[in-house]
Design a protein around this ligand. Structure first.
Ligand SMILES: Cc1ncc(COP(=O)(O)O)c(C=O)c1O
Length: 451
């Protein structure tokens, strides 16, 4: 509590102007007390943070024997036997409080599988979030369905439920909310809309391992949930993914689809093969993943504690808006993101803001841009398949509607994000982040004038 008070006092004063810095208590702000250090590093001052940040991914020697055991067994695919993939599925489902989990080759293949199983088909429409990794768009397009973009709420950085219903047409089949950066979407209104219009809900939880909404884990809140275990993720295996859910029927169908369409469990299809693919996970991946679950739990708690502390500090700086989470939810912070208001930073551009932050030793990025104008969607809707499947008028109206994503445009232009590994450090490192942002605010006029 005393620490918090000291730091907040500092931040408020720093935000009020560099002159105030000399009066501050020194405990968390020693670097800013000399006049040279008060100056932003981009203007020749001393960086706030010079200690570096933890590398990622990170592994334990204790995991090696099991990986070696898989290697030496020669049984590398679940199609040849072995239990590592099934063991991981069981452990991950249990951790999430889901009835079932199916491990897949990636998050992309998990999403393709889940959408296939809930019935997304050629000529359908799927409502999703524009503020996401491009794989969310692509997996809808892979089904020759149209990704219809709901707007982003600038306060939460996730799908604004109030913008979904107006986008529903008689072709809409599913909603794919994205818990971006590990921040849960407001699922109650989303599920209510889905229920009212008889739509399926597939959660893109590819960045939201262990995130919670009203006491339940992301990935268990819709019909099916999808995860990624790609190299950069909180629980990585190079590549990998999972589909989770509580319905044996849906999960058996997912299993069949990902396993070349072979009949499985409650799903017997036509008796032998149905349409399917090979999206199977390898035992090597599963052995690494299962052994990481404990680490995932403890690191998630640490990220959450540091993110809460960081939010309390950043909130004190005028013009800085940490993301608001929907009531009674817990984010897991794949990125820690806030928005800044350029008007309260004398028009400082986001690029300059981020240059200044990086110069202080704080790595950061701008997150997703308005990628729907990049050509991917134009290319898709101009393709022979889409031209056959959708009336020209619908495709024109769809293209025009992308201009309406005002909330998302604001989010794309004013968000600054920091990476999950930075939250695996100490409170004093969080203080450095707050101090760096406060310094930028205090000197925004000079920074904005830099040529
Ligand atoms: C939101 C989101 N959706 C889907 C994916 C696709 O996952 P993968 O890269 O494992 O295929 C990712 C991965 O980065 C993601 O972040």
């Amino acid at each position: 509590m005393a620490d918090q008070f000291t730091r907040r006092t500092f931040v408020r004063a720093a935000a009020a102007g560099a002159a105030a810095l000399a009066w501050l208590p020194t405990r968390h702000a020693p670097a800013v007390l000399t006049s040279e250090a008060q100056k932003p590093a981009l203007l020749g001052g001393t960086p706030v943070h010079d200690g570096g940040w933890p590398g990622w991914p990170d592994w334990r020697e204790a995991w090696e024997p099991e990986v070696l055991e898989v290697l030496r067994s020669g049984v590398w695919s679940r199609a040849s036997g072995g239990s590592q993939v099934a063991d991981f599925e069981q452990a991950y489902a249990q951790l999430l409080g889901a009835k079932r989990c199916l491990a897949t080759a990636s998050g992309t293949t998990a999403l393709i599988t889940a959408m296939y199983v809930v019935g997304v088909d050629a000529g359908d429409e799927v409502i999703t979030s524009p503020f996401t990794f491009i794989a969310t768009y692509n997996t809808i397009l892979m089904h020759k369905a149209l990704p219809v973009l709901a707007d982003t709420d600038p306060d939460t950085l996730t799908m604004d439920p109030a913008t979904i219903e107006s986008r529903i047409t008689d072709r809409t089949r599913a909603i794919v909310p994205v818990h971006i950066y590990g921040m849960p979407c407001d699922m109650d209104p989303i599920n209510a809309i889905a229920k009212k219009h008889k739509l399926a809900v597939v959660e893109d939880a590819c960045q939201a391992w262990l995130a919670e909404y009203k006491g339940a884990k992301c990935g268990t809140l819709g019909d099916l949930g999808c995860f990624s275990f790609q190299n950069s993720k909180h629980i990585p295996s190079g590549e990998g993914g999972a589909v989770t859910g509580n319905s044996d029927e849906l999960l058996d169908r997912c299993f069949a689809f990902h396993n070349c369409g072979r009949a499985t469990g409650t799903f017997q299809g036509s008796g032998c093969f149905t349409r399917g693919t090979n999206f199977r996970m390898q035992h090597f991946q599963a052995a690494i993943l299962r052994q990481q679950l404990e680490k995932l739990v403890t690191e998630t708690e640490l990220r959450q504690q540091n993110a809460d502390y960081l939010t309390a500090g950043l909130r004190e700086i005028p013009g800085i808006y940490p993301a608001r989470l929907p009531g009674n939810s817990r984010a897991v912070w794949h990125l820690y993101a806030f928005r800044y208001d350029p008007a309260q930073f004398k028009g400082l551009s986001r690029d300059r803001f981020m240059d200044a932050l990086r110069a202080e030793g704080i790595p950061c990025g701008g997150g997703y841009h308005e990628q729907y104008f990049d050509g991917l969607l134009d290319e898709a809707i101009a393709s022979r398949g889409f031209q056959r499947l959708f009336p020209a008028q619908r495709l024109k109206q769809y293209r025009d509607s992308l201009q309406e994503l005002k909330g998302n445009k604001l989010v794309c232009e004013t968000t600054v994000g920091m990476f999950q590994n930075m939250l695996l450090t100490s409170r004093s490192d969080m203080d450095h982040i707050v101090e760096a942002v406060a310094k930028i605010h205090a000197h925004c006029e000079s920074l904005a004038k830099l040529s």
